[in-house]
Design a protein around this ligand. Structure first.
Ligand code: PNS
Length: 169
């Protein structure tokens, strides 16, 4: 039985994340999508909203959604996870993920599998999505429908999306 963890901030979940999560289900028996919660980080969406949007985005997939408090390595050890699955869009992602993979393997003996982002979604990042939405651009080809609505609400009335640590509700 192979248990895989797909971790991320998911601020917000994108079609790129969804693709990686779906692909993880093709080679792992049990897939847990783990939403990182770092109280020192300024998210656009608070934890509850990120989790709710993620649940909606993966409703048709056979995966669980959970929250990571603290170190991902500790979470993986406690959850009995064999693999961490991350999507990579290019060299910068590979470099960043390589460092994290090495730390997580040394801390918890958990291996990281990097999935090369699929062409049609390889340009998508949560940061770009938020920037497009902040300036009133169309994000419907980048994120699931529920996220389109959530972004519209977050940036309604000219809001900038600058939020204190923890994010908005
Ligand atoms: O979607 P992101 O922001 O690229 O996800 C990064 C994430 C959440 C996977 C990473 O920050 C993480 O693993 N956070 C949990 C805390 C932790 O274990 N930090 C050390 C990683 S080596």
């Amino acid at each position: 039985m192979t248990r895989a963890v797909v971790p991320g901030s998911f601020d917000p979940v994108t079609l790129g994340h969804r693709d990686v999560i779906g692909r993880a289900t093709t080679f792992a028996d049990d897939v847990v999508v783990a939403v990182a919660h770092n109280s020192a980080k300024a998210y656009l969406f608070d934890l509850e909203t990120r989790v709710a949007l993620l649940h909606e985005a993966v409703a048709d997939l056979d995966v669980r959604v959970d929250v990571v408090e603290g170190l991902l390595a500790d979470y993986c050890r406690d959850a009995g996870a064999h693999l961490i699955v991350k999507g990579v869009r290019g060299g910068a992602d590979v470099e960043h993920e390589t460092a994290m993979a090495t730390v997580n393997r040394r801390l918890a003996g958990v291996e990281t599998v990097m999935l090369v982002a699929d062409g049609p979604v390889a340009h998508i990042s949560s940061t770009i999505v938020k920037d497009v939405a902040r300036h009133g651009g169309d994000v419907s080809g980048l994120v699931p429908p529920g996220v389109v609505a959530a972004l519209a609400a977050a940036f309604a009335d000219g809001a900038t999306g600058t939020r204190p640590p923890g994010g908005i509700r």
